[in-house]
Design a protein around this ligand. Structure first.
Ligand code: PBG
Length: 312
């Protein structure tokens, strides 16, 4: 009875995006202590992981590059070199599995020696100078075959800059998923371990949003849509479901929500202690994000959730 009158359809592979971390090297997988079940993979291992993800029906991935500190510098050059780690990963996935939808994170923080999302002028983030580097990064991803670039840096006017750069180089079919509403959140802690992207000084409050603000979220989303975003994202998801709902009501593009690392790690930690039922909690969390209005959920639980669904 409950099945036939349920308001929110079950979360399926069509709703989910699985993030992957990519590193240099061969036959390498590094575990991430704060994110059980998630690893950093070299490209060959990534292909194996992508094959596994497809088994229970997985369709879409979000790629993050991780480089060692010797490759980091003030201009984040490893982010946009032609043979960047993410470019290699995109090419390999598209060659092996052309049907997989590839999203790529566009942000400088994992590639700058200071760990901030843009380039610096002194100790201040230089918003406008950062746009060129972000655009170059998006272009290398589009050249390699990414379906969507997803800027997460939170610089102003980066969607416009990336849209123009893509158009100029014949990439009018590359989509932009904008991390339009990204809060300055403590829930990103485990990710920063995974991506080695902790800011070396200060914090991200000059470019990420105040968790107390909601009207500003709508302003940011509408601005990014005007600049050319095809989809907008709210991040994190769980503490911001009202914002997901607001964007779904007030915009006319698909809305994505990022069930971030801290949200994942809390579930994993409590489950490891047998304090919660991981499968039931995960299903409830994903359903709540979809109920709030998300058309797409980026979650580290995607593959496991799909596997559990299949076994049911
Ligand atoms: C890069 C970026 C971050 C996340 C996605 N892209 C970290 C940050 O802004 O500090 C967080 C993802 C997660 O916590 O799962 N700027």
């Amino acid at each position: 009875m409950r099945d036939i009158i349920r308001e929110t359809p079950s979360v399926t592979a069509d709703d989910l995006v699985q993030p992957f971390f990519v590193i240099d090297g061969k036959n390498k997988s590094e575990t991430i202590a704060s994110m059980p079940g998630i690893a950093r993979h070299s490209v060959d291992r990534l292909i194996k992981a992508a094959a596994e993800f497809q088994k229970p029906g997985g369709k879409a991935v979000l790629l993050f590059g991780v480089v060692d500190s010797s490759q980091k510098n003030s201009k984040a050059s490893a982010a946009y070199s032609k043979d960047s780690i993410v470019a290699k990963a995109i090419k390999a996935i598209k060659k092996e599995f052309p049907q997989i939808i590839v999203f790529t994170d566009v942000c400088l923080c994992a590639y700058t020696d200071h760990g901030h999302c843009g380039v610096l002028k002194g100790r201040i983030i230089d918003n406008d100078a950062s746009l060129e580097f972000l655009s170059r990064m998006a272009l290398t991803h589009a050249d390699a075959g990414a379906d969507f670039v997803a800027p997460s840096d939170m610089m102003d006017f980066r969607v416009k800059a990336i849209r123009e750069a893509l158009a100029k180089s014949g990439h009018e079919n590359t989509g932009i998923l904008s991390y339009a509403v990204k809060y300055a959140s403590a829930f990103y802690g485990p990710f920063r371990e995974a991506a080695d992207s902790v800011p070396q000084f200060g914090d991200r409050k000059t470019y990420q949003m105040d968790p107390a603000n909601k009207r500003e979220a709508l302003k940011e989303a509408l601005k990014d849509i005007k600049e050319g975003a095809d989809m907008v994202m709210v991040k994190p998801a769980l503490a911001y479901l009202d914002v997901v709902h607001l964007l779904k009501e007030k915009t006319n593009v698909p809305v994505a929500a990022y069930n971030v690392s801290g949200e994942y790690s809390m579930v994993k930690a409590a489950a490891a202690k047998h304090w919660i039922d991981e499968r039931a909690v995960t299903s409830e969390i994903l359903t709540s994000i979809k109920r709030a209005g998300a058309d797409l959920i980026i979650t580290y639980h995607a593959q496991e959730y799909l596997t559990w669904q299949k076994r049911k």
